[in-house]
Write a protein that binds this ligand. Sequence first.
Ligand SMILES: [Zn+2]
Length: 76
Amino acid sequence: MKTLKQQHEEYLARVKAKGAKTLTFVTPCCGKTVEDMAAHAGETWDTLATCPHCETIYWKVATDSEIVATIPDKAA
Ligand SMILES: [Zn+2]
């Protein structure tokens, strides 16, 4: 079975193959760097995501210039 990290790397490879922009951010759970797809210009994409490093679920807000991730319980 593939790890979440392997799945994330394959997802990123597909994103990049399509020519989409990616950004990196530091996770709020384990402090590691994660690369993910940037939103389209003028859009904000917010979603729950799972950390590919430690599998913590966090809230991720992506724009075309940055991605910010927060853990809902600790963000309040
Ligand atoms: Zn993590």
